[in-house]
Design a protein around this ligand. Sequence first.
Ligand code: WT7
Length: 662
Amino acid sequence: MTVEESQLNPIHALYEPYPLTSRYPKDRTPWISSFEQYKAMHDQSINEPDVFWRLRASELVEFDTPFHTVCSGSLGEGNVKWFEGGKLNISYNCVDRWAEKTPDAVAIIYEADQPGGAKSVTYKELLDQVSRVAGVFKSFGLEKGDTVAIYMPMVPEAAITMLACTRLGLVHNVVFAGFSAHSLAERIRDSNAKAVVTSDQGLRGGKIIHNKKIVDEALLTCSSVTKVLVFERTGAEVPMQQGRDVSWSKALSEQNEFVPPVFVDSEDPMFILYTSGSTGKPKGLLHTTAGYLVGVAMTTKYTFDLGKDDVFCCSADIGWITGHSYGVYGPLSLGVTTVIFESVPNYPDASRFWKTVDEHKITQFYTAPTAIRSLRRLGDDFVNCTDLSSLRLIASVGEPINPEAWVWYKSVVGKDLCPVVDTYWQTENGSHLITPLPFATTTKPGSATFPMFGIEPAILDPNTGEELTGPNVKGVLCIKKPWPSIARSILGDHDRYLTTYMHAYKGVYFTGDAARRDEDGYYWISGRVDDVINVSGHRMSTAEIESAIIQNESVAESAVVGIEDEITGQSICAFVTLQAGLKESDQIKKSIIATVRTEIGPIATPKNLILVNELPKTRSGKIIRRILRKVASGEADQLGDLSTMSDPSLLAPLVEKCCRWV
Ligand code: WT7
């Protein structure tokens, strides 16, 4: 591609931070309005972290007892502590203080699965509900430090339950209500939860999910649980075990005393959240109180330029860290409105997100590349039939966003009036690590751009561990200094925490991702290191090849895996879904191969290109490459744990397709 072509091609263009458009409220200025301001604050956060974080903590969080030490410990020793000496309460910070200041402001808008069923909860009402649930927990005999498992649909009551836990210093363990009874039981046992909060049923995309039934089945193997609180989502009749199961509506109506917040130490455990490692047992990441809240409040404010009168919507389920940090704690800690979206992007049709934006006048919208890609595949009409003029910022999280999808998001959804904010981070981090700031950073489609405040990234040579300084380097991504919201441990297995994150490379936190820093200092996350392919000594990331493939106009989505190859070590196998309405043909295959060759070069040519109807995904929408790798390697009989797969019926056609050439 010539220089002229690359400048004309929107996916290679630079997008300057927006001059404030007519959409920006007249009575506000962005929190960070220039790159110089970002630089100055970032420099301070690295060079004088104590000064920087003391300021942020005092600005964003109310402590009942002030802390005496900002930070102690080190990443290498895995003993980081923040804001020691301080006492605070999360639910006080997210609920009470706003219920006092702005009681009638809307805290939560609930967009129910069925369109038209929306409801809102003010801060005053939220406080009442949180206090009631805390009262129910007290009546269960739960005490500070006890764990409560939460297996709930996306309803305000899920957030209310989380906040009621933190009100009493109880540790919540939210399990995505899509996991099987087996996976739920594993997480309940590992966390030794004493109570479970669930609903009779759940509704997603018009389909009923039998939450209570799944909890009942899980509890057959969990002796630690003595109480189950059952929220009536659909009102369906479900079996209630006497002495153990309690009706939400009945128990809450019996509460008539206000339950005050219990102030806990900064480093007291706040929640556990399980995340799957690429192999083996899920890891229960342990997050603690003050550092998590300061990190989340700070990033929510600056990354999304969130403030007064904003209506923020993060479409992630509360079962994931994104739902915790940006669906619940971030926006509520700032006293703004958060939208809890119970449905799916294509129910009843592919306009659902955008109709929701219009209905609630959402100002910032945060979703995942997988949703963006699948909606793009269905065509622009579903977007163009809506207004979307309330939107001021659109954001992405979860995996590398292909430049094609980025540009579509920006132009079709954002109408070229909203900055696109691609946030890179992980369950382990609690809050954003690398992200543009909407009114300060010039963006490049596909790059998460620059480090957040307090984050000092390093790119290391994966083999020697040596730091690669300077521009135009590729390697493994590590973080050099502790930040407040980093997980402190893996529950019950601190050694695994140390080996996975802290001892892989000396003295730094290892993300498990590969990244490139380009000539302008921009970070490009290429994906997990375990997804790196090495073909004849050429290292390539699957994401890089996928990104090339998706530039072909016939392609909707692709997943690339490396498989064993006698001659070249590994070879590239690409799975591809086509845009709606297209049929598989040799010509399409040839044109996809040609695209890859022109985009990356002949070394990236897939040895096998398999066109499929759907890719296997987790319930959170991540492509499960492990399955594709096994199927492509002719090992479909050794697929291992499939509990996270959203639609297991995809397997048979996939295997059948691959058998034709394996
Ligand atoms: C992994 C973490 C906390 C976010 C939700 C997922 C990938 C996440 C990006 C991004 C490129 C990304 C990484 C990371 N990832 N966001 N913006 N660009 N990659 O959290 O389940 O803990 O997954 O998701 O590979 O390591 P998670």
